[in-house]
Design a protein around this ligand. Sequence first.
Ligand code: FMN
Length: 371
Amino acid sequence: MSILFSPLKLRGVTLANRIAVAPMCQYSAEDGFANDWHLVHLGSRAVGGAGLIIFEASAVLPQGRISPQDLGIWKDEHIAPLSRITRFIEQQGVVAGIQLAHAGRKASVWRPWEEQQGRVEPEQGGWHTDAPSAIAFDPSYTTPAALSIDGIKSVIQAFADATVRAHKAGFKLVEIHAAHGYLLHQFLSPISNQRTDQYGGSFENRVRLVLEVVAAVRKVWPQDLPLLVRLSATDWIDGGWNADETVALSRLLREAEVDLVDVSSGGNIASASIPVGPGYQTKFAARVKHEAGIASGTVGMITDPGQAEHILRTEQADLVLMARELLRDPYWPLHAADALHDATSWAPQYMRATSRKSPQRPTVDYSDNSK
Ligand SMILES: Cc1cc2nc3c(=O)[nH]c(=O)nc-3n(C[C@H](O)[C@H](O)[C@H](O)COP(=O)(O)O)c2cc1C
């Protein structure tokens, strides 16, 4: 038996295996609404047999979108189209999670494949951005306004309101996005956070907003459902947020009833140089797991079944999140089970394509799905 295909229990939710589809912006929504693209994209990966699918960064406020086409969860009308997708995912035996996000100073930019790049001006459908301090990410981005205390309170409330909507939409797991240079990470890093009030300066002050968001979310998120936080372990630059602080914050997150820290890195400093390569971030997940005593997830350049199995077997992490390899191959988990001489269940519709005796998933009645 491989560890990759062993279940992972997080509170009252059990993932069938340790493979998670990492959150990936699709920049394909209009006014934040999920549509057929999201159903087919995420649905394929559910058929492909990941244990967990985390929906892309979903904005808790419209000004928290990275691009105007980001997915959103800032109003009740967003719930119904999301529910359609969570239902399909659950019907495949896969857990549906959502990443709740606010882009802060990295908001209001063109999506990656547009000819035009950098900031979207207000007259082009963009907006003014907010951050801990009035420091632009780089010259091509909008210079943000420093959030007032009232502004910070409304961000916390927006995360809580989005969590209530996520529950109504059928999600069984919430991940708070505090990584990649977006708003919560901007507060953590002394480079982007130069406030002199209770939200800036010392470690205790810089982590305050993340902890307040976690507390507000945990309060409205059912006790039997897991809560994750994604952190960038380091800014990869002297004087920035660092791995020791990540471990210290992870201890506080454990006390705040977070169930797993999803450990990524970078994204807050445009000029940082990052030593990207296979498994380059696993050492940070290992530190969080062992030094903070909380379950960890690892992500980044994981592409091979043996590599994923090795990470788990050497206890560097409890969960493997994958992004680009699962774009290349939504059926990666089905192939990985074969490669590891293990078995994982296949949809009944696909059983004739299995090369060995794989268990069959239950037959699903889809007759209500169009309603
Ligand atoms: C198309 C795309 C969109 C992404 N969007 C998000 C996102 O919404 N939230 C997030 O935390 N990370 C996002 N990421 C980062 C991935 O979750 C992941 O951390 C990163 O791609 C490294 O993993 P990989 O080497 O397996 O691709 C995105 C990555 C890609 C390729």
